[in-house]
Design a protein around this ligand. Structure first.
Ligand code: CIR
Length: 256
């Protein structure tokens, strides 16, 4: 169960955030704020305490607070984002993490290692880590060494197509995993009950489980049905403005 969630308000500069899909247009900032409000409300309905950090105009992508830190049951790991324009976000998340973890339980990924939290998927005490354009071999090595120090484990999953691991695969507890694209047939996930996401709704593979409820992006009926059919209560949140920056539900929070 999660008790806490950290989010950061989107900044006006988000319209200049990194995107692989400029054809979707720039985000509408006012709408993004409204969607962020709805996201916070949905999280609260799941029974978590939400810490809302102030917008940070220096970092256009800083609302994607999942990337500069990974929080486990035993420790917090400040990452070293591989995207140059996002790297400084790691210094701005430390203060929030310190409210929940003592110094000796906060670890750091260091140069030349890079790692972004979007590449980390927690399944109980095991963490799958995507090797991506943002997360390198050295970052994964350091990350797994930290996990092992705390009695946790990790394994690498090479990515071919997507930005982050959780862009395409997400664990929703009870052995259920939402899989799309390159993850449908990956050996690493063979033992899970796979809920296969159709190509045209691939964006919605990025759902989040919060205390028994699954939050699903609005507008993806096949995914909505598949998650309901798997026995979950669901909440819908529209994330259209974050999609324009390759961001989704998981990217917008740290849940622990
Ligand atoms: C980026 O490219 O870094 C942002 N525009 C999107 C980050 C999405 N975060 C995530 O998947 N965890």
């Amino acid at each position: 169960m999660f008790k806490n969630v950290i989010v950061r308000r989107p900044c006006k500069a988000m319209v200049e955030g990194i995107t692989s899909a400029p054809e979707l247009g720039k985000p509408d900032y006012e709408l993004a704020l409204k969607q962020h409000d709805d996201y916070i409300e949905a999280l609260k309905k799941c029974g978590v305490e939400v810490t809302v950090l102030e917008a940070d105009e220096r970092y256009p992508d800083s609302c994607f607070v999942e990337d500069p830190a990974v929080i486990t049951r035993k420790c917090a790991i400040i990452t070293n984002p591989g995207a140059a324009s996002r790297n400084g976000e790691k210094n701005e998340i430390i203060g929030a993490v310190k409210k929940f973890f003592p110094e000796d339980k906060i670890e750091y990924i260091k140069d030349p290692g890079t790692l972004e939290g979007g590449d980390v998927m927690m399944v109980g005490d095991h963490f799958y880590v995507g090797r991506s354009a943002r997360t390198n071999e050295e970052g994964i090595k350091q990350f797994i060494a930290i996990l092992e120090k705390y009695g946790l484990s990790g394994s690498e999953v090479p990515l071919e197509e997507v930005l982050h691991l959780k862009t395409g695969v997400n664990y929703i507890e009870n052995n259920n995993m939402l899989v799309s694209g390159e993850f449908i047939d990956k050996e690493d996930f063979a033992k899970y009950n796979k809920i296969v996401i159709p190509e045209e709704e691939a964006y919605a593979a990025n759902c989040i489980w919060v205390n028994g409820t699954v939050i699903v992006p609005e507008g993806y009926p096949a995914v909505e049905k598949a998650v309901k059919d798997a026995g979950y209560d669901i909440l819908l949140v529209d994330t259209s403005e974050y999609r324009k920056l390759d961001g989704g539900l998981s990217c917008l929070s740290l849940r622990f």
